[in-house]
Write a protein that binds this ligand. Sequence first.
Ligand code: COA
Length: 214
Amino acid sequence: MDFDSHSEPSPSPTRDGLGFFDRLGTQFFRKTLVFQHTGAPRNEDVPESIPGSKWQVADPDNVETFFQADHKRSELFLQSLRSGCLGVFLVQNSEMVAYGWTTQPGKGRPPHLPRWAGRTQSFWIFNCHIKSSFRGQGVYKHLLGHLLKQARERGPEPVHVDAFPENVASRRAILSAGFVSCGVTRTLKLWVPGITHLPLAGTWSPEERHPERN
Ligand SMILES: CC(C)(COP(=O)(O)OP(=O)(O)OC[C@H]1O[C@@H](n2cnc3c(N)ncnc32)[C@H](O)[C@@H]1OP(=O)(O)O)[C@@H](O)C(=O)NCCC(=O)NCCS
């Protein structure tokens, strides 16, 4: 499948002013900005379809169909389903346009956050991705709406999502989808290039203010 590779957005030195050593440092230590939603999605954020494409709830069959050529992602997504996570896909002519995942309260944890994240009594959205040729058209905002709707069908607990400070598009879309700021996480990671990004320990300060967007 021709789906662009999923990786952490790489900070651009010209946009965020980070130097080489700071960028190297983000491999071992990462800060994310947390957002929270306590209500239901607005109708306009959960369109039935986007011209020519359809939303689908992730299940083992469609994971295997869409990611048969991408063993790593297929295994990751099947594991997410086994641990009770909820997933949504946007598909156009059998092509994957977007995907996103949510943990359920007390079940699973976003893989980029340490163990404390598995104990929060909230839904936590993670691993969202929009195919590059579909970006800038509000697809992420709608994906968040669908993930929020899916969570609300299961419970009233808060829904959280986090983003890297330099990921301006993500921060804007999250706020546009009705989320509000809810602190900052800091995570120490074990990084072995090409092998693992393992979150070891870290904190979430729910009251900490978000830095300005660049
Ligand atoms: C970040 C990402 C999810 C955004 O998806 P998208 O479908 O393009 O986002 P949307 O079109 O819904 O909204 C983007 C918002 O940012 C703005 N935006 C888009 N590209 C931007 C850019 N390069 N710089 C700044 N703002 C940008 C849009 O105007 C919109 O803001 P608005 O709602 O205030 O008008 C997508 O770029 C992506 O998949 N990136 C790689 C994976 C990733 O970073 N995932 C984030 C998980 S937190």
